[in-house]
Each structure stands twice: as structure tokens, then as C-alpha cells.
Design a protein around this ligand. Sequence first.
Ligand SMILES: [Zn+2]
Length: 265
Amino acid sequence: MRRLLTFTLLLVFAMPHSERLAAFLHSVEHKTGKKVYVLQVQDDAGLSHGGVGSLGIYALMRPGASDEEVAHEVLHGELNLEGFVATRAANPYAATMPLAGLLSANLQDFVIHPILDRRARSVGFPQNHVAISHATEFRQQLLSIAGTVNEADRLMVAANAMGIAEVLQRGYDPSHDLQTLSSEKLPKALALSEKLLQQFPPLLAITPEQSFARAKSILAFLDHETTKLAGNPPSQFLRIVNPLIEPPLDAQRERVIRQAFLGDK
Ligand SMILES: [Zn+2]
């Protein structure tokens, strides 16, 4: 059965998947007691996204996503249900919200991906190709920057540093030039990310509580390390980005999915 819905931002339909993936999804449903929805989504961001909502676990996938990528997003939902940290921007300054959002997303990935990658491997969906494609996308973003970024804003430097650190900690750099490119385009963010990786090497086995402590320590570290830079807002990063157990799924996506599957108006 395939239901189709179009909206300005989203195109949603149930995604066909392999038997191997179907077995995995079933095991997650059995383990968590929640239904798992794997949906193909086309939105303006063009990114895959996993989380928990009122219906169950969602994996919102961009077209052409592999089984490994679907497993990745489903595991984000599973870890979220288990109480691992999910960070969220709570920045009251609208103008800097995109940077706060980027910082929260990158921070969450930095803390969660080592745990998630290990779990994915243990259930038969190794994340090597996912990590390589993330690194390649990140490289494309770096290449698209003309010249060097004016890194005057501490929130920007922190958000980019988390992004660089997230890619570097996974250890996949197919073109062997991510550090060189980062040093050309985002020198302050790279320096901060290297310091961060020394201070916070990847942790594979941590409890949900420890994942919160880690996210908070990283925010405090970023705050401390960027005090010399200017930036709006001047408040602490812990007040801008909240480590939460909260579904990262936004209200609009949730509404569209409910409409597609429950006929909600
Ligand atoms: Zn992820």
C-alpha cells in the first residue's frame, strides 16, 4: 500500500524496503513496543531525519536512501526512546536561530553517532558508507565556500567546530583533504574542533545519563573557548542549546505524517 500526499514542503509516502531491513524494523518494533514508520520525504532541506513522535519512531528518508541510511535514522529514534540526549535550539534571538539549530544538530550527532554506529554494526548495518557520504557532503559544503569565512561570531565558530569534529571523529576522509580545506575556509572552527577532539575523544559505551553530561560539558567547553570572540547572543551556550529528551521531529512534519497515515485533518 502506498499513500501519497503532496504539500508545499513535503512529499511523503511509505518507502519500499528489503527483507533484511524489514526484519530489522520488526525487531525494533518488538524491542521498543512502538511502530516504525519509514517514509520517503522530499523537503526543501533534502535531508534524512530520524526521531520519535506521537505515532512511533519515524525515519524520514530522502529519495534513494540505502538500507544502512534507513537503519541509521531508525536507530536515532530508538536511542531517543531510550533516553539518550537530543539537543534542541532554544535561542530566543530569532536572527541567530539557524546557527543555534546547526550547533544543536551537530552536537547531537557528535555525541550520538559513535554509539549509533556501533549499534548499527552489531545489528548488521555497518555505517561505513553512511560516514563516507556524510564526509563527502561536508567536503562539498567546504568547497562551495568562496574564500575564508569571516569567523567573528562565536556561535558560528562553535557550530562549525562541532560539524568538523563530527566528521573527523568518524575517521572517514575519502579525499584526505578535509583538514586542509577546513584550515583554508574555517580556520578558527578547525582549531577549536581539534581541541575539542582531544578533550572529548569518541565514547562508544555510555549511558543515557552520561550522554547528557557529555553534551553539557561540550557546550560549557565551547562557551569557554569562544569567549574571546564576539557574537550575538552573549549568553552561555547552555542557555541557547538545551540537552533534552525530546523528539527532534518538528510539528509540521508530524502533522503531515499524521495526515498521511491517520487521515487527520
Ligand atoms: Zn545521524
